[in-house]
Design a binder for this molecule. Structure first.
Ligand code: SIN
Length: 290
């Protein structure tokens, strides 16, 4: 698949940048992503990603090719190993809830694919059809969450590791697929993906520490059982999802969210029963957490 969008030389483009909250999320207005992006816009989006965790654009008109081309400006694309893809586009994941579906994708606070040795740098979600109400997505800034921890807890967590696993998805695969249009791949049953990651990771671009645990995929702290780990895990997720670290995005057709998976978690609200929502997601390769 070829890229139809080229990064153009820097032209000192002035962007209209609007922070969403005190810590998380920023809207960037006045950019037509399908029309080509200046190198300084790419650099600014990278900076905003690391600082605010998620960057939003509205009123975009993207095809799978221009979506892919935009994503490619930030790194190689990785296919999701667990979910089916958009027919004809192995590198694009459909995030679709039909009107009759019971379940959506992502209604737990999570960081994408943290069960991989090298989880993605980020994901780019593009809204093709949205319900008349509901279906918002929330993000939380895990750098801000880490900064706000008591110093004693920071000292306790620094240098520790946790096991991440995709068993949350695959153990209930049949039940989840029965009520959902975006399907987990049947051939994943019995094949666990897992990886050990630092509980506090340093962002490879900003250098800042961020909490790196999430509800569905962090299975246990190293040297502890699942049962022994759950109280601390729940406490950290509860702390990290305090409203002060979060933003909430109301989607419109043509909205696009680009989140930094190294320093955020996100949560997709399943509150629009009876209506259809269709998104396309492309995920960009990331470094091994360190
Ligand atoms: C996801 O977790 O990637 C889905 C987010 C959403 O549909 O808003």
């Amino acid at each position: 698949m070829t890229s139809t969008l080229l990064e153009r030389p820097a032209t000192s483009t002035a962007l209209d940048i609007r922070p969403m909250t005190g810590t998380c999320g920023v809207e960037v207005l006045g950019v037509d992503l399908a029309g080509g992006i200046d190198a300084d816009v790419v650099a600014e989006v990278r900076r905003l990603l690391a600082e605010r965790g998620v960057v939003f654009f509205r009123d975009q008109s993207l095809t799978p090719d221009t979506h892919r081309a935009f994503a490619s400006l930030f790194g190689p694309i990785v296919s999701n190993p667990v979910y089916d893809h958009v027919p004809g586009h192995p590198d694009i994941m459909p995030v679709v809830k039909e009107a009759a579906d019971k379940y959506n994708i992502g209604d737990t606070w999570h960081s994408d694919m943290s069960y991989m040795e090298e989880p993605p740098l980020g994901s780019i979600l593009y809204a093709r059809e949205v319900p008349p109400f509901g279906g918002d997505t929330l993000w939380t800034n895990m750098t801000a969450a880490y900064d706000a921890l008591p110093e004693t807890l920071k000292t306790m967590l620094d240098g520790r590791r946790a096991l991440h696993s995709d068993r949350f998805l695959t153990e209930r695969l049949q039940e989840r697929n029965a009520g959902r249009s975006t399907r987990l791949r049947e051939d994943r049953v019995g094949k666990e993906l897992n990886a050990l990651h630092p509980v506090v990771r340093r962002h490879n671009e900003s250098g800042r520490p961020a909490l790196y645990v999430n509800y569905p995929f962090t299975w246990a702290f190293e040297g502890m059982s699942r049962e022994e780990s759950l109280p601390l895990l729940n406490q950290l997720v509860q702390h990290a999802t305090r409203p002060e670290f979060c933003c909430r995005f109301r989607w419109q057709k043509g909205s696009l969210a680009f989140w930094d998976n190294r320093c955020t978690m996100h949560y997709a609200c399943n509150d629009y029963q009876g209506y259809r929502r269709e998104m396309h997601r492309i995920t960009i390769a990331g470094p091994r957490p360190a």
